[in-house]
Design a protein around this ligand. Structure first.
Ligand SMILES: Nc1ncnc2c1ncn2[C@@H]1O[C@H](COP(=O)(O)OP(=O)(O)OP(=O)(O)O)[C@@H](O)[C@H]1O
Length: 242
């Protein structure tokens, strides 16, 4: 079963991703515990996006193995991998990636439609209520603030009840107060719904919401900081970025 408690939500075993002679990821192994919130930090070019893309099945590693739950991604054909990403994984990006011509309800319903699933309006209403936007169903993205758009994107990521949500700099374009609201909702997805969140960020405040922070440097994991605070993240960051 995909939700066997003993299985990590995501596991990487000696994953390397090369671009020519550059090893963007260099034999990285890690297991993300189910129901955990992990932040991934590191200097520019350290491999964070590559890590997230390989861990989520958006990209295929050059070598090594990735599992999401019980599914070994390298064994899946492209169509099965697409289905797995659609049904078992949620994505949130810095740039929201909402469809401008669709209203909020249609944007949130999109993963269900693409997956050929029934669009249950109560489910959409409930996930929008969860992110505090129940009264905005008929709005277009352009009629919403950046923070509201990111909350729609989070609702869209959560609507399929995914095992794991991958977020790439989701608060990068938001002011601190709005960012806090998005982070609180991600924390809630972990604490109340047992979902797993993997968050790539440059922001020590965002990282301090996680249960642990992985520091990447030169395509390798060089540190894990458990129970991070803003101060402890900054202190480690100085060490990694030095
Ligand atoms: N498509 C690509 N083609 C060639 N090289 C790439 C490609 N994507 C990434 N790289 C290289 O791999 C390394 C890691 O890049 P990656 O984007 O994963 O870093 P990052 O930590 O996410 O950086 P940033 O914080 O600046 O977004 C860099 O040296 C980068 O130049």
């Amino acid at each position: 079963m995909s939700r066997t408690p003993a299985l990590p939500a995501v596991r990487l075993d000696t994953v390397t991703r090369s671009y020519g002679r550059t090893k963007a990821l260099d034999a990285v192994s890690w297991a993300f515990p189910r129901g955990g919130f992990t932040a991934v930090m590191g200097p520019s070019g350290s491999g964070k996006s590559t890590f997230l893309h390989c861990a989520s099945g958006l990209d295929r590693p050059t070598a090594g193995t990735v599992w999401i739950g019980d599914a070994e991604l390298g064994r899946l054909r492209e169509s099965a991998l697409t289905r797995l990403r659609r049904e078992r994984v949620g994505f949130v990006f810095q740039s929201f990636n909402l469809i401008p011509s669709m209203d909020v309800e249609e944007n949130v319903a999109l993963p269900l439609r693409l997956g050929g699933r029934a669009v249950d309006r109560d489910r959409i209403a409930s996930v929008l209520a969860r992110v505090g936007l129940a009264d905005r169903m008929r709005h277009r993205p352009s009629e919403l603030s950046g923070g509201q758009q990111q909350r729609v994107a989070l609702a869209r990521a959560l609507v399929t009840d995914p095992e794991v949500v991958f977020a790439d700099e989701p608060t990068g374009a938001l002011d601190p107060r709005t960012a806090r609201e998005v982070l609180r909702l991600m924390r809630e997805a972990v604490d109340r719904s047992g979902q797993t969140v993997v968050l790539v960020t440059h922001d020590p405040v965002a990282a301090s919401w996680a249960d642990s922070v992985l520091f990447l440097d030169g395509g390798r994991i060089v540190e894990e900081l458990v129970s991070p605070t803003v101060a402890s993240v900054l202190a480690r960051w100085d060490g990694v970025a030095a």
